[in-house]
Design a binder for this molecule. Structure first.
Ligand code: GTR
Length: 354
């Protein structure tokens, strides 16, 4: 049985959802899955370390964002690409990249490092590549350096590394808010795989984000956990014990006991725009379950009277894209990756809304 969006099913109204239901579900995800995000906001310092024109039409700035608390400091870098000619305020597309240099090299063949800043800036958007592994290394023995020195995880409900990367996404939004060249109403956050999990969790918590895209986010990303094939809670919490609240591993082999499932995470994005994509050969992530997560999230959009991909939409053919109102999905042919083709399809979705 899948948990319902409305814990109190008798009164599904926007006001009840916004004042109570939404917060209850968010709290369950913090307590049982991703861990509690720190509430204290350290002061943000920004420093441009490099500025160059990388093509006739694109300018790049390398910026270090740092946060200090009680004499300790953590931070990460972003690469900001903007069109040389700017007409009006810029929507921004932020990609969370948590992959360390070595992992990025491993994935290079599969295009994972790819953020096609030329195609993005050609649309009149800024492209922001956020190297969030600077906050927390993706390593079970080393993750506690960086931002965990400021905010350690102190109990089984304390935050994990996925949350720390998601927190980094919100700090990028803070940065965008400090500059009025950006259109603060049009901020999209994207991520691939473990970065896609972080992007969804970031957008679920931070309502300043107006659009989110998860690419092949799979287990504890867009895919509904109950009945999922491929990766399960036991696999992910054994291989990556640092990713989630320690509490989450208690659900290994016992997913039915989870008080939430991932369609509710996607529902937390409503009424903002939501886009999910999968790769056809990615059985570990399970495209069918990712699509199911998206289709079931339609209930939250319905509450706002908004159209969304729902259970009347059938699972797409390989190569097909479905866009319905506020949400969209595509199934790219091939393996676990984030490719130029994925970006082309996502840019089509952005153009409809930004
Ligand atoms: C896998 C992990 C997946 C996914 C992937 C990735 O090893 O099991 O959940 O996050 O890594 O990030 O590439």
């Amino acid at each position: 049985m899948l948990p319902e969006l409305f814990l109190d099913t008798s009164r599904p109204a926007v006001r009840v959802w916004e004042e109570a239901g939404r917060g209850e579900i968010l709290d369950l995800f913090q307590r049982e899955v991703y861990g509690y995000t720190p509430i204290v906001q350290p002061k943000l310092h920004q420093k441009v370390t490099r500025r160059e024109q990388v093509s006739p039409t694109v300018q790049m700035e390398r910026i270090t964002l740092t946060f200090g608390l009680d004499g300790k400091e953590a931070g990460f870098e972003i690469l900001l690409y903007t069109p040389v000619q700017i007409a009006g305020k810029l929507p921004a597309v932020v990609m969370l990249n948590p992959f360390s240099r070595n992992q990025a090299l491993d994935h290079a063949r599969r295009d994972v490092q790819h953020m096609p800043y030329e195609a993005i800036t050609a649309q009149g958007y800024a492209a922001v590549y956020a190297l969030v592994d600077g906050l927390a290394k993706d390593d079970k023995d080393q993750y506690s350096k960086g931002v965990f020195e400021l905010f350690p995880r102190e109990n089984p409900h304390g935050w994990g590394v996925i949350s720390a990367w998601a927190w980094g996404g919100s700090r990028v939004v803070d940065y965008l808010y400090t500059r009025d060249i950006f259109d603060h109403e049009k901020i999209a956050v994207a991520g691939f795989s473990r970065g896609g999990k972080a992007a969804l969790w970031c957008a679920a918590q931070d309502q300043r984000i107006s659009m989110v895209w998860s690419v092949a986010s799979g287990c504890t990303g867009a895919a509904v956990t109950r009945g999922k094939t491929g990766e399960h809670v036991a696999d992910i919490t054994t291989q990556f014990p640092h990713w989630f609240a320690e509490r989450y591993k208690e659900y290994s082999g016992n997913e039915e006991a989870l008080p939430v499932d991932q369609h509710l995470l996607l529902g937390l994005v409503a009424p903002r725009k939501l886009y999910v994509s999968s790769s056809s050969l990615d059985n570990w992530a399970d495209p069918q379950s990712e699509f199911k997560g998206l289709a079931l999230a339609a209930e939250a959009y319905r509450l706002y009277g908004l159209e969304a991909v729902d259970d009347h939409c059938s699972f797409p053919q390989v190569g097909e894209q479905i866009i319905k109102g506020y949400t969209g999905y595509h199934l790219r042919e091939g393996e676990h990756a984030c490719t130029t083709q994925d970006w082309e399809l996502f840019l089509r979705f952005i153009r409809r809304h930004f």
